[in-house]
Design a protein around this ligand. Structure first.
Ligand code: FES
Length: 209
C-alpha cells in the first residue's frame, strides 16, 4: 500500500512540475528552471490541496469584487475605485496592524494597499477570528455600520471589521489582517494565485487557515 501511495504522490508531483514549467515559460527555460523548481517542490499536502489558479480580471469593473475558489477557500479580487484608494492612503488610527507587521503576511504586500497594484486587492476571503466569510460593504456610513464606516469588509458572525485592504480594526474579535496569498500578474488581465513569480511560496498557508 505504501508503495502505491508513494507512486501516486510522485505522479502528482510530476504533473505539478509539468504545470510549473509551462508557467515559467518557453522550452529554453525548462532546463535552467528544473533544479530551482525541485528545490521548491511543494509538499504532498499542498498538492492534495490544489495547485495555483489563474483568474481573469479583464471584465472586473471599478468597485466590483470577484470571488474564485482556491484550496476550498474563496479568493477575492477587488478592483478599487479612486475614492477607495484615497481612503486607504490616509492614516487610520483604528487599525490593529496598519503596516501588516504580524506574521503570515508576505513582505511583497506590506503597503497600505496590501497589493502589487494599488487598484487590485487580492486576498483570501476568510475572517481571521473563526473563519467565516466577511461580506463586502463598500457603502459609506450605512445605517447598520455607523457614520464612521468608510467601506470595507464586515464579518457577520461576530462583527469583525476590516478596511478595503483587509486590515482589521480595533474592537474586532479577529486578531489579524485578512491574509493575502502569494500571487503575481501573468498578464495585464490575469492574476496567478498560489505562488510567487519565481515559483516560491507554493506551500504558503496563513496562520488562520
Ligand atoms: S468569524 Fe468573523 S468575527 Fe468571528
Amino acid at each position: 500500500m505504501t508503495g502505491d501511495k508513494g507512486a501516486t504522490v510522485n505522479k502528482s508531483r510530476r504533473r505539478f512540475l509539468v504545470a510549473a514549467t509551462s508557467v515559467v515559460g518557453g522550452a529554453g527555460m525548462v532546463a535552467a528552471a528544473l533544479p530551482f523548481i525541485f528545490s521548491m517542490e511543494p509538499s504532498a499536502a499542498t498538492l492534495a490541496a490544489g495547485g495555483p489558479v489563474e483568474i481573469d480580471i479583464s471584465k472586473l469593473e471599478h468597485g466590483q469584487l470577484l470571488t474564485v475558489g482556491w484550496r476550498s477557500r474563496p479568493v477575492w479580487v477587488l478592483r478599487r475605485t479612486k475614492a477607495q484608494l484615497k481612503v486607504l492612503s490616509a492614516p487610520n488610527p483604528e487599525l490593529k496592524d496598519p503596516d501588516s507587521d504580524e506574521p503570515q503576511q508576505l513582505p511583497q504586500y506590506r503597503n497600505s494597499y496590501r497589493s502589487i497594484k494599488p487598484e487590485y486587492f487580492v486576498a483570501i476571503g476568510i475572517c481571521t477570528h473563526l473563519g467565516c466569510i466577511p461580506t463586502y460593504r463598500p457603502q459609506i456610513a450605512p445605517a447598520d455600520l455607523g457614520p464612521d464606516w468608510k467601506g470595507g469588509f464586515f464579518c457577520p458572525c461576530h462583527g469583525s471589521r476590516y478596511d478595503l485592504s483587509g486590515r482589521v480594526m480595533a474592537g474586532s474579535p479577529a486578531p489579524l489582517n485578512i491574509p493575502v496569498p502569494p500571487y503575481y500578474y501573468s498578464s495585464d488581465t490575469v492574476v496567478h494565485v498560489g505562488e510567487l513569480k519565481n515559483g516560491s511560496e507554493q506551500n504558503w498557508a496563513p496562520t488562520t487557515w
